[in-house]
Design a protein around this ligand. Structure first.
Ligand SMILES: [Zn+2]
Length: 410
């Protein structure tokens, strides 16, 4: 089996792997200014997508811009999330270099889509492919690819611990080689129950003092996780941004969430913001949590909320995930001010950060890989892939960290 790394190797973003010159696994986008795409657009016979995050699906529609019509295989939520993300990219950047596809390409995605559930083996470009639950977001999959000689397990992004939205992965299919993500290979997550309790107590304190809490959250996964937490702790909350549509969509796929009843309760507990008639301005003095995109304050309705709440030190902004260097969210944490909607704004409101990660941490990665002790591990999707591979080698394993453009033969 030959595997070509077209992106997402020794980096996070634009994940793309070509197996045996014919089967493409993921085709993502590295967000930034300008965004980056996989280094090559291969003429693949079929495409398989691990999950519906921009860095894994963001460039998929461009595969249909020429005469090629490869079938695209994914779970139903991954398909829906891809359409949502692509429509958003078109709305924000359509017609510019930042959007490598058109409305027409996106229409073709709906024509070539083939959805599959977990553990239903299907054929793709002459390979047998099976999805296993990856515990990252709804619909996320480990992808097992069998070319008749070699069984390759591509982990995609995964989590071994339970989240409220999805259960941690326990799937360990037999494989002859593993491509393993390593986003948090040097991080120990704080116990999830403790993070939740600290978050809830902090929000409740602010509301009790008469303040408002803005909770920036990614639309996919994180927004729903925060809604579930707010319902569980009975924290009054609003939800705004793309996360609203994603929440509604996920309600249609109860088999892909951990507790469909809890998600239903969380959705009815939250008030959905329409944004009409100055509603955003009004709700900033409602003594509630406002869960909104974007997760790193780089756009979305958060741009309306932060200016409204920033000057009162009773108010609070609680970041719910990792903040990439150079984003307004990161600047706010480090300097107490951020560029919001083109204006540098000092923020007197309190700013906090919580680790609600949807990725396995170091211990999770090592526990997972313990079941693959005797097979080669190719480390990808991280900022320190080579270091982590070296650590695995020190532990007596066969491990490497291919770079973008490399081809590995197994
Ligand atoms: Zn992901």
């Amino acid at each position: 089996m030959d595997i070509q790394f077209l992106g997402g190797a020794r980096e996070v973003g634009r994940s793309a792997l070509l197996v045996n010159d014919s089967l493409l696994l993921d085709f993502g986008l590295l967000t930034g200014n300008p965004p980056q795409f996989p280094v090559e657009t291969p003429a693949a016979d079929a495409v398989v997508v691990s999950h519906g995050h921009l860095d894994h699906v963001g460039t998929v529609p461009s595969l249909l811009s020429g005469d090629q019509r490869p079938p695209i295989h994914w779970t139903p939520p991954t398909y829906e999330l891809t359409l949502t993300l692509a429509r958003d990219t078109l709305k924000l950047h359509g017609g510019s270099y930042n959007c490598p596809f058109t409305e027409n390409d996106l229409k073709r995605v709906t024509e070539v889509s083939e959805t599959h559930g977990y553990q239903e083996t299907f054929a793709a470009a002459g390979h047998e492919v099976t999805f296993y639950t990856a515990g990252h977001i709804p619909g996320s999959a480990h992808v097992l690819v069998d070319d008749g000689d070699t069984r390759l397990l591509y982990t995609g992004d995964f989590h071994t611990d339970d989240q409220r939205l999805v259960s941690g992965t326990t799937a360990r299919p037999d494989a002859d080689a593993v491509i393993c993500e390593s986003t948090y290979s040097d991080v120990e997550h704080e116990d999830r129950e403790r993070v939740e309790a600290r978050f809830a107590e902090s929000v409740e304190t602010t509301l009790w003092e008469g303040g408002t809490v803005v909770v920036p959250a990614f639309a996919i996964g994180r927004t729903q996780e925060m809604l579930l937490i707010c319902e569980a702790y009975d924290i009054p909350c609003y939800v705004d941004g793309m996360g609203k549509r994603v929440t509604e969509m996920l309600r249609q796929y109860p088999e892909f969430v951990r507790d469909a009843d809890a998600l239903r309760r969380a959705k009815s507990h939250a008030r959905f913001v329409t944004g009409r008639d100055g509603q955003r301005g009004r709700i900033t003095d409602q003594k509630a949590a406002i869960i909104t995109t974007s997760g790193m304050l780089s756009g979305g309705p958060a741009m309306s909320y932060i200016p409204e709440i920033r000057s009162n030190p009773v108010n609070k902004v609680t970041m719910t995930g990792y903040q990439v260097d150079g984003t307004p969210g990161r600047d706010l944490l480090e300097t107490g001010s951020a560029e919001i909607d083109g204006r540098i704004m000092p923020v007197s409101a309190q700013v906090e950060q919580y680790d609600f990660s949807a990725h396995a941490d170091r211990e999770g990665l090592l526990t997972f890989l313990e079941d693959y002790r005797d097979v080669p591990v190719l480390v990808n999707h991280g900022d320190r892939c080579a270091d982590f591979a070296a650590e695995l080698e020190t532990d007596g394993r066969r491990a490497s960290a291919p770079a973008v453009g490399d081809t590995v033969s197994l």
